[in-house]
Every structure is written in structure tokens, then in C-alpha cells.
Design a protein around this ligand. Structure first.
Ligand code: GLU
Length: 307
């Protein structure tokens, strides 16, 4: 298959939609990002790489980081993790407080904000302190992306810390139910730090290979998680990776995927490749509008979907 030609076709087809979405202006540091940007990358199991557009430009990965924190928490805690966070779609917006109240502080899944905040708390307890946790997470991401330069933006993290009242409310509510062990502000700061990690689609598509290959990096043979854990993470991506639009994403794209409000989306074609796409304009559910469209075109043109 001529993947490069397909990426060029997609890059042409999405142009009319580049201004249809809205950037995540509830995070002031992201409000000024130019919505007309688009990048898409594929990395195959032998390391062959295809890209189009702004594929080397780093952007705020935001909730895509929840995939990496979930991976580490599952690796260290095993299934005990599910005592503190579920694995069912929420059917609610990513930052909803309502469901958390009537479900007694146990978030539906690791990808909505409340669930990711619990995961951050688990990792903070595991690593013992703030710096150790962030360094371990960055080290893991640098390994799977095969790029030592991955880092986070202090500016974006500070902007979220200053304006993230709702995330603080989620953390406080869970603390009141006994589901946060560490200091609330410390947990929230760590959560914002990992959301502020910056990567390009080229790096992200490479970093999906362990999930496409049962937990083992197909290029260097490193085993990060068990096949069963990789299966679970892919399943949660498919059912919960796009918040209250997860059903819609599965319907249109047909791949496990995870989005972030920075406009990035990663997706996994099991046993074949990792994919990443980026365009900052979001749809009403907070997922990249053009990114979703590009992935839909990709699976339609190539026939590569899990169904
Ligand atoms: N840091 C963002 C927030 O907490 C993440 C949301 C997202 O990417 O979906 O609101």
C-alpha cells in the first residue's frame, strides 16, 4: 500500500475543515495556537515511518499522556488498580463532577479527568515524590518514542494550575471519599505537568508500537507490559478514549484511540502500526475535529480497522 500517497490525499481533503473546530481556550496558554495546523504520522513495526504536514511540530499532548500514566500504574499495581478507578465508558464530558458524586468518588475510567487524577495519585505514592514520578514518566515516554528530547511545557502546566478550578474540584471531591492519598494540590500539579508534555505526531506514532504489539516494542524487543495488560489498555482506548464521543469515534474510525484537548489523537492498528494525527481545532466533545476526520479517511481508504 502506498501510505505516503494516502497521507497526501488526506492532507488535501481536510483543508476545507481546518477552521471548523475551536481550540481549547479554557487553558489560556493553548488559546493562541493556530487552528490551521495539521500533521499526521504512521510508524510500522519495522520502523518505517510516513508523515505529512506539521508532523515534526511539538504540541501539548494533554490527555494522550493519560495513556502513558495508565500504562505505568497498571504495570505497578496490576488489577488492584480497578478498586480505585473503573473501566466503563462514562457517557459524560471529560471533566464532569456529577457522576463522581453519585458513584462515591470512584471515576468511571482512567481517561476522564477524575480517573487520570487518581492514576496520578497512584503513581505519586509509588514513586514517593513529585520529581521522581515526573522523571520516570518522561523516561518511559522517551523510551517508547525513541527520542530523548521529550519534555513538558512549564508555561502550559502553570497556566492550567492557575485556571484549573474544575480539576481541583474533582480531586477534592475524590479526597472527601477517601480516593486520593496524597496532598490534593500536589496531585493536581503533577497531573497538569504530565498533561503539558509536548510531542510531535512523528514521536507519538512511534510511541504507540508497544500497544500495537502486545506490550513489546517490535523494533528493539523491550517488553513494557504483559500481553494481557496491553489488551486491556487497547480495550479502554476503544471504549473510553474519546470521552462522550467514544462510540462515535469507534463507529467512524474503528480503531482504539486516545485524544487530547491539544488537538492530538493517537490510534493503534494491532500488529501493523502506530498512528498519530494533530490539528488543534476541537469538536463539541473536546476531540480534534480534523484529526477524527483524517483517521476516518485513513481507515476507509486502507481498510485497516479492527472490524
Ligand atoms: N489537562 C486537560 C484538562 O484537565 C486535559 C483534558 C484533555 O486533554 O481532554 O482539562
Amino acid at each position: 500500500m502506498d501510505y505516503q500517497a494516502i497521507l497526501h490525499e488526506i492532507a488535501d481533503e481536510i483543508v476545507p475543515f481546518l477552521e471548523s473546530g475551536r481550540v481549547a481556550d479554557y487553558i489560556p496558554a493553548l488559546a493562541s495556537v493556530d487552528p490551521r495546523q495539521f500533521g499526521m504520522s504512521l510508524t510500522l513495526f519495522d520502523g518505517t515511518h510516513y508523515s505529512v504536514g506539521d508532523a515534526d511540530k511539538r504540541f501539548s499532548i494533554q490527555s494522550i499522556s493519560k495513556l502513558f500514566t495508565f500504562t505505568l500504574a497498571l504495570k505497578f499495581t496490576g488489577r488492584d488498580l480497578y478498586r480505585r478507578v473503573g473501566r466503563e465508558p462514562s457517557g459524560n464530558p471529560f471533566n464532569s463532577l456529577v457522576q463522581l458524586e453519585y458513584e462515591q468518588g470512584i471515576p468511571r475510567n482512567p481517561f476522564i479527568n477524575a480517573g487520570a487524577i487518581v492514576i496520578t495519585d497512584v503513581l505519586l505514592s509509588h514513586y514517593g515524590d513529585h520529581d521522581r514520578m515526573l522523571n520516570a514518566l518522561l523516561e518511559f515516554i522517551r523510551a517508547i518514542a525513541d527520542d530523548m528530547s521529550v519534555d513538558y511545557s512549564r508555561t502550559v502546566a502553570a497556566s492550567e494550575m492557575e485556571h484549573g478550578f474544575r480539576n481541583r474540584a474533582l480531586a477534592n471531591l475524590m479526597k472527601s471519599f477517601g480516593n486520593i492519598d496524597n496532598d490534593v494540590l500536589e496531585v493536581v500539579q503533577n497531573y497538569f505537568n504530565h498533561c503539558a508534555i509536548e510531542m510531535s505526531t512523528a514521536m507519538l506514532s512511534r510511541s504507540m508500537l508497544y500497544l500495537a504489539n502486545h506490550g513489546v516494542d517490535p523494533i528493539n524487543g523491550r517488553e513494557y507490559i504483559t500481553p494481557s495488560q496491553a489488551k486491556r489498555i487497547n480495550a479502554v482506548m476503544l471504549t473510553c478514549g474519546h470521552y462522550d464521543a467514544s462510540g462515535d469515534f469507534a463507529f467512524h474510525v474503528g480503531l482504539p484511540g486516545k485524544s487530547g484537548v491539544g488537538g492530538g489523537i493517537v490510534a493503534v492498528v494491532p500488529k501493523v502500526m502506530g498512528i498519530a494525527v494533530w490539528s488543534p481545532g476541537l469538536n463539541a466533545q473536546g476531540n480534534s475535529l480534523v484529526g477524527t476526520l483524517a483517521l476516518e479517511r485513513f481507515t476507509s481508504k486502507t481498510g485497516l480497522s479492527i472490524f
